[in-house]
Design a protein around this ligand. Structure first.
Ligand SMILES: Cc1cc2nc3c(=O)[nH]c(=O)nc-3n(C[C@H](O)[C@H](O)[C@H](O)COP(=O)(O)OP(=O)(O)OC[C@H]3O[C@@H](n4cnc5c(N)ncnc54)[C@H](O)[C@@H]3O)c2cc1C
Length: 461
């Protein structure tokens, strides 16, 4: 079971172009045109005569917008997501670079500091540095350039059913006209964390997928600064510190438009501040000088924007007893994690890959898409395991605890220490953090032996 989860995640994360794509439906409808919806539409365009995306925000994707309130905050794409972006949009990184995206060279110094200790470099650093709206606008442009995809602006308000299958989606057009129905052979919900899909299902007599929550009470504060080489040459720096039970984090990335985006975070009642001065003081107190130097000396672009996320959550679609045919869900609708681990958009790209595998497997579209949700579960489990495991150590978090938590906690402590001096362990750990490998891969016998041996060597020195 364990090794098969590992193998399946590797298959889902393949960078190879899909083969054997066949048109198997007339029309597919996607609800929501953010990262998950756009990627799902791109996949569906291989299998449907026509794909219609319904999005409530009128936007070209270049500015923060109401439907994606987190768009003002720092966003990073993990390696697993970067590979999928290139898989679905060949040449994505070159196009992005031509439009101003910062793509640091592989040898660019990246500073990672944990509790004041500088971490050894890994080969797995992210290469995509951008603001969230800029990244989304690149994905949007490439998606909407596909011939058989069109976008309508309107608020999705419900599903239409025909017996045991979904037959369309209802939406209220942006111009305020009466609700209309978009007929569909297949509907993908990508309306994000606040999706009302579970309510719609329950209202129509279907079971509601269970919602699992872990209360994290995360506080973010983010500000953009004009990049200035006189102040710092930093391209990317990350820091985390834990003192007196408080876990605090900071990130600064160089992004398009010759700017830096800086984020600082705390948990529960620990709020990093609402002004540039408060942000600078927080950085000076907790992190290496690069953060406070930029906050104090570089020119801010706009205000500090704060964001609070109450919980990590997942909806157990794979476990519902009855589910209509012709319906899937992707992205944050299915699971949304503590954003400090940067897993959300990468998960959304991997859900798109799951959708492609499902649609290429010759599915019976008149049966529930169980095989799709089983694949998505592999992605969700991998991301959930990594992020919630670390969050269980926060003093205000009290579960849910996974089976074998205490033993796994001891082993991960050893693993983390061993990774400081062992490059193989370090790289496998960063593959897991980058959603390229399943956390189960860290408990393979060879890896466990390596960790134990490394711990023994260190202890006897
Ligand atoms: C503070 C913060 C920081 C984050 N940082 C990172 C990061 O560094 N890296 C990372 O990978 N992820 C990060 N994330 C997570 C990331 O933002 C999400 O995982 C990602 O946006 C998932 O996209 P989505 O398409 O599923 O949903 P969303 O981006 O939430 O989009 C939902 C879409 O549905 C539309 N919509 C909603 N309701 C309707 C309706 N009724 N009708 C029509 N359209 C509708 C919305 O307008 C929107 O376009 C962060 C999240 C937060 C909160």
């Amino acid at each position: 079971m364990f090794s098969s989860r590992s193998r399946r995640l590797t298959e889902i994360g393949t960078p190879l172009p899909p083969t054997g794509t066949e048109v198997i439906m007339r029309r597919a409808v996607v609800l929501g045109a953010s990262v998950a919806g756009l990627l799902a539409a791109r996949v569906l365009s291989d299998h449907a005569d026509e794909v219609v995306i319904i999005e409530r925000d009128e936007t070209d994707g270049t500015l923060p917008r109401p439907g994606v309130p987190q768009g003002t905050q720092v966003h990073a794409v993990l390696k697993g997501g970067e590979l999928q972006l290139v898989r679905w949009f060949p040449g994505f990184l070159d196009d992005a670079a031509a439009l101003g995206m910062v793509l640091p060279a592989p040898d660019t110094p990246v500073s990672v500091t944990i509790n004041g200790v500088k971490m050894p470099a890994t080969a797995m650093r992210p290469t995509v540095l951008a603001t969230r709206p800029f990244l989304e606008s690149l994905i949007r442009t490439r998606t909407l350039a596909v011939d058989n995809i069109r976008l309508v602006t309107g608020r999705a308000v419900g599903l239409e059913f025909d017996g045991d299958r979904v037959s369309g989606a209802r939406y209220v057009p942006h111009n305020g006209a009466d609700a209309v129905t978009e007929r569909a052979d297949f509907v993908v919900d990508a309306m994000g964390r606040s999706s009302r899909l579970a309510d719609w299902l329950a209202d129509s007599g279907w079971p509601r997928p269970e919602l699992v929550r872990m209360p994290i009470k995360l506080n973010y504060a983010t500000c953009l600064f004009e990049q200035d080489d006189q102040v710092s040459e930093a391209v990317m720096a990350l820091a985390q510190c834990e003192t007196d039970g408080l876990r605090r984090g900071a990130v600064v990335n160089r992004v398009e438009g010759n700017r830096w985006i800086m984020m600082v975070s705390g948990y529960d009642q620990d709020r990093p501040g609402r002004t540039v001065e408060e942000l600078a003081a927080f950085c000076r107190q907790n992190f290496p000088p690069v953060f406070a130097d930029i906050a104090e000396r570089a020119r801010p672009v706009g205000e500090v924007v704060t964001y609070r996320q109450a919980d990590s959550r997942r909806r157990e679609f794979h476990a519902v007893e009855r589910f209509p045919a012709g319906l899937a869900a992707a992205g944050d609708t299915v699971a949304s994690f503590n954003p400090v681990y940067g897993q959300g958009m990468t998960s959304a790209t991997l859900h798109a890959s799951c959708l492609s595998s499902y649609l290429r497997s010759g599915p019976d579209l008149d049966r529930p898409a169980k095989e799709y949700f089983d694949l998505v579960r592999v992605v969700v489990d991998a991301a959930w395991q990594t992020s919630t495991f670390a969050d269980l150590e926060l003093p205000h978090v009290d579960g849910p605890y996974p089976r074998g938590y205490h033993l796994t906690k001891r082993m991960s402590g050893l693993l983390f220490k061993a990774s400081m001096s062992d490059r193989t362990i370090r790289e496998q750990l960063s593959h897991v953090r980058g959603l390229l490998a399943h956390p189960d891969s860290l408990s393979r016998p060879g890896m466990l032996l390596r960790v134990l041996w490394r711990s023994l060597v260190t202890a006897t020195r």
